[in-house]
Ligand binder design. Structure first.
Ligand code: NAD
Ligand code: ZN
Length: 348
């Protein structure tokens, strides 16, 4: 089969790799029909060469059709159209039963594509713990929405939900990339008075503004000063960090009001990243940070999608055949061409 394979710094190739197989008795083999590139894929793409990763397929966001299932799989069978959670647990522990797969203690790399787990940017993928990792694509949910349910819509929602947004509260979302867009859209579900969107890419801020957010362009103003100015010096009680780098984490703490909650879903591969919690000790804040459990969000997000209350698929600015995957990576990485999110079709 074909896959998008990591070959080194900013090098992704379309290559033939060994066919995926059903991974054990509780697993399923899924033929993919769409997959997407995530900001998390970029950490490896533009970071220092990772020798151990060379030759392995990329990606963790895909949908497809079940080809076969192992004998222990109860809820799925061949022919089912499914979305695949980017985060997979063992499917048997307390955490998995509570739909908190990110907290599963029985699997080390929980994100698809990690060592020991198949990746999503391939013509097929072996998915372990299928009963826990798959969701039949619900009626009324489009394929593009289903791709977003595998990871970033739950991630942005985790950010918004974790920030404890109260009706009338002021919100700031730092980072208006794909994950930030999901956080902004879902923040409005909680009835905030205002949502500030902070980024450096004017076109991404323009998209946030279309959702009703107040854009703050960090390439033009000091974003912390700008938010403090517009909130009478108080800052925002609810802040979502949706980018990951040191600079945006600093901004997130900076715009947070006293007694506020910062919910960080942005990630970084930078081992030098530090947070001086003592510098914000006087804020008496709550800080949440962590990996998403997509399963946890599905029961809440699916009805909202079906009822047309959310339109996250607007982030797909680029729909390309898999053969153009390498170009999709470079466009997304360099934020060229108005890109927000890239969707790939394995058929092309
Ligand atoms: P992205 O890189 O497209 O988005 C990041 C955004 O932050 C960009 O729009 C960029 O312009 C902005 N930004 C960067 N530095 C900035 C600065 N100094 N000031 C202002 N804006 C700045 O990626 P994405 O797909 O939206 O992903 C965002 C983050 O979420 C990534 O770190 C990714 O790894 C992480 N992520 C986490 C989870 C999770 O489970 N917690 C799941 C998916 C993605
Ligand atoms: Zn992702």
């Amino acid at each position: 089969m074909r896959a998008l394979v990591y070959r080194g710094h900013r090098r992704i190739e379309v290559e033939r790799v060994p066919d995926a197989e059903t991974p054990g008795p509780d697993g399923a083999l899924v033929r993919t029909t769409r997959f997407a590139i995530c900001g998390s894929d970029l950490h490896g793409y533009h970071g220092p060469v990772n020798e151990e990763r060379i030759g392995r397929a990329m990606g963790h966001e895909c949908i497809g059709e079940v080809v076969s299932v192992g004998p222990e799989v109860r809820r799925f069978r061949a022919g089912d159209r499914v979305l695949v959670s980017a985060v997979v647990g063992c499917g048997r522990c307390e955490a998995c039963a509570a739909l908190l797969t990110a907290r599963c203690p029985n699997r080390e790399g929980r994100v698809l594509g990690a060592p020991g787990l198949d990746a999503a940017q391939a013509e097929a993928i072996g998915v372990p713990a299928a009963d826990s990792s798959l969701l039949r694509i619900p009626e009324g949910v489009s394929d593009e929405q289903a791709v977003l349910l595998t990871d970033i819509l739950p991630t942005g929602y985790k950010g918004a939900r974790g920030a404890g947004i109260q009706p009338g509260g002021a919100v700031a979302v730092v980072g208006a990339g794909p994950v930030g867009q999901m956080a902004i859209e879902t923040a409005f579900l909680f009835g905030p008075s205002r949502v500030f969107a902070i980024d450096q890419a004017a076109y991404r801020l323009a998209e946030a503004e279309r959702l009703g957010a107040i854009p703050i362009d960090a390439s033009e103003v000091d974003p912390v000063e700008a938010v403090l100015d517009q909130t009478g010096g108080r800052g925002c009680a609810h802040v979502v960090e949706a980018a990951g780098p040191q600079a945006t984490v600093r901004i997130a703490f900076g715009v947070l009001a006293h007694g506020g909650t910062l919910s960080q879903v942005g990630a970084t591969a930078d081992p030098e990243m530090t947070v001086n919690l003592m510098a914000v000790f006087g804020k008496d804040l709550t800080y949440r940070v962590g990996l998403v459990s997509p399963q946890f969000a599905w029961p809440e997000l699916v009805p909202l999608l079906r009822e047309g209350k959310l339109h996250p698929e607007r982030v797909f600015t680029h729909r390309l055949p898999m053969s153009e995957g390498p170009r999709g990576y470079s466009v997304f990485d360099e934020r060229r061409d108005g890109v927000i999110k890239v969707l790939l079709d394995p058929a092309g």
